[in-house]
Design a protein around this ligand. Structure first.
Ligand SMILES: *C/C=C(C)/C=C/C=C(C)/C=C/C1=C(C)CCCC1(C)C
Length: 241
């Protein structure tokens, strides 16, 4: 194993018919391009918005680095890079929670809201990892717990404290918050579907078979880059008025 890693070096051969590997490769490029875009735009924003756009760039940048590793892992071993995947998520999903907090701060969002969402997201991801890696024979139970934590996030932003703060803020902030809510409700829902495609459970007959990595890669591109663009657009619009 270790010899193999040494020989294969930094970049492994990607088979041209390997469409899963292709989505890793495209994901890598897309995340890098998005990071360059967000970072290079920073100068046009005043202090109030710079942090939010910076966090957008950090999210795609962290993902770009992980995609670089995941692409190589897939090409070398032909296996899902589940560990890197979850390390990426554990870093980037809390940063997405931070984005909610940052835009709602003007309406008086408290740190407790941020921590609540971060705790939900960590519970969601740690239990997901247990279902995929540590205890896959009980994947559906771990997935269920993970799903409950996911719905706690959905509840918080759609109906809970965060939604009330967004209503109080009004204007462009409320609009951007609404779009981010849709990302979490629809875009994030791709992940549990991918999980059900890739793990064994009672649900296997219900949803079509598919590749878990393709599902996750598509979801990441939509959610990380899309999320960042919503924040970017909000910053551009808010600066005009
Ligand atoms: C950039 C990465 C993001 C936005 C990742 C989000 C991940 C999820 C929303 C994962 C959710 C899961 C469930 C709701 C149940 C099954 C296990 C997970 C972890 C795939």
């Amino acid at each position: 194993m270790s010899n193999f890693i040494m020989i294969s070096g930094l970049v492994s051969k990607l088979n041209p018919t390997d469409y899963v590997g292709f989505t890793f490769f495209v994901g890598c490029m897309a995340m890098m391009a998005a990071s360059a875009f967000f970072f290079l735009s920073l100068n046009q924003f005043d202090k109030k918005w710079r942090t939010s756009v910076l966090v957008s760039g950090l999210i795609t940048f962290i993902a770009a680095v992980h995609y670089f590793y995941m692409r190589d892992y897939w090409a070398s071993f032909g296996e899902s890079p589940t560990f890197f995947r979850y390390v990426d998520w554990v870093l980037t999903v809390p940063l997405m929670c931070l984005e909610f907090y940052l835009i709602l701060k003007v309406a008086g969002a408290k740190k407790s809201l941020l921590w609540k969402m971060i705790v939900y997201s960590i519970v969601m991801l740690v239990t997901g990892y247990f279902g995929e890696v540590v205890d896959p024979s009980n994947a559906w139970i771990w997935g269920l717990v993970s799903g409950i934590a996911y719905f706690a996030i959905v509840y918080e932003i759609w109906l809970g404290e965060a939604s009330k703060l967004a209503a109080a803020a009004g204007g462009e902030i409320q609009k951007a918050h609404k779009i981010l809510c849709w990302f979490v409700l629809v875009g994030w829902a791709i992940y549990p579907l991918g999980y059900m495609m890739g793990t064994t459970g009672w649900y296997n007959g219900l949803i079509p078979a598919g590749n878990i990595d393709v599902a996750y890669n598509i979801a990441d591109a939509i959610n990380k880059i899309g999320f960042g663009l919503v924040i970017y657009t909000l910053a551009v619009k808010s600066q005009k008025d």
